[in-house]
Each structure stands twice: as C-alpha cells, then as structure tokens.
Design a protein around this ligand. Sequence first.
Ligand SMILES: [Zn+2]
Length: 107
Amino acid sequence: MAPHNTFYIAVACPSCGQMVDIWLQADIGELRYDSYSIGDLVIKRIPPMKPYGPSEDCDFSRPFWALGLDECSLCNADIRMRVHVRDRRYVGVEPAQPGDQDFAWGY
Ligand SMILES: [Zn+2]
C-alpha cells in the first residue's frame, strides 16, 4: 500500500451500529505512516515534505477534508469517512458522501 497516515476516532459503525475504534487511512500531510488523534497538528510545514496529501494543489491554510478508509473490527464492513483538517489540525470526521472516490478531497 502506498504511504499514508492514520486518523483515530471512535464511531458508530454505519453497518452494525456498534461503537468501534477506527484508524482511517488517508493521504493527509507528510505520508509517513504516522497516527493522529483529534487536535493533533497534521500539516507541520507548508508545503509539507513530499510525499504528501491530499494534493499539491491543496491550499493548506484553508479548512479541507480528504477521504479516509478503514473497516469495522466487529462486522468487517468498509467505513468511509471524510477526515477534516482545520488550522492544520485534525478536527474530526463525517460520513463520506455518495460519489466520494478513494482519493477525494475538498474544502
Ligand atoms: Zn460494524
């Protein structure tokens, strides 16, 4: 798998409804297999060292999101979430929207 970072959160699984700990794999920041929790500084330099995500075109001074992927540890369903970064910090997630591709990102 290509380099990525992981973003921890506890969520209700959209498939089985149980609370599970997930580590969403997303291309955000310097891609070094780092793990982040809510509030952590993700974008440490602008631009970050390569490889980085979500895109060379991203304005890291703006709030943005990028798609994160994991699976439920209880029912193995895929979990797809938008991972949000604001003021260069990991601030939270929301369910992916229909049509979000694996490497989608936006503001
Ligand atoms: Zn589940």
